[in-house]
Design a protein around this ligand. Sequence first.
Ligand code: PGA
Length: 251
Amino acid sequence: MNRKKIVAGNWKMNTSFPEAIKLAKEIMAAQTNDEVIKIFFPPHIFLHEVTEQVKQKTLFFTGAQNCSEFEKGAYTGEISATMINSIGCKYVLVGHSERRLYFNENAHQLKSKIEQALKHNLHVVFCFGEQLSERKSNLHVETVNRQLTEVLENFNGEQLNNIILAYEPVWAIGTGETASPQQAQEMHANVRDCIEKLFGSSIASNISILYGGSCNPANAKELFACKDVDGGLIGGASLKADDFCKIINSF
Ligand code: PGA
């Protein structure tokens, strides 16, 4: 088994330019676990400068919060996977619930975005997770398996090596309500089973599955101790250097 431990910070639409640089520098200057891959997802406009910063330190990388489903051309306001790759940025988030909910991104678009990202040598962090109503009606497992299957099923094993999964129950994102370690472990084990059915046991045992949703320094240790939780995708707590470092050091 060759699963990577990853802690990623999704800064969303936060920080000014000086704040973004300061945040990255403070985190990189701190003592953090060197078994963990750290990824910053700053706003696009700061991606180049933050990428220049992380190039100076091993195990630190950047990712874009989104990329276009198209290759290039007349798509005003969009940013392509080639552009992201051309500045030395290595990752891209695809399928975050805020993109699905507020920008109506559907499975077809998410598939195209992943195709673009992989074609241009980016690693994908693919996010999925159920809504509160789905959990309450006991449809969470079915929902997650559908979200995984409809987007990933036509990719091949080699492509899956460049995909990281992030289970983010929508009811836990930015709400302060975290999935319990039991709920997280149960779902992560289910996700690994679903990936095994689609791509076989070797891919399933090697793929990293991150947990996201109100993960913070107080709950990260318990969550990361779960057998099938390989790290976290952190929103709010990634904006405070100290909190983010504590989360990294929770492994
Ligand atoms: P949160 O966000 O940690 O603020 O809940 C997580 C995410 O949206 O990736």
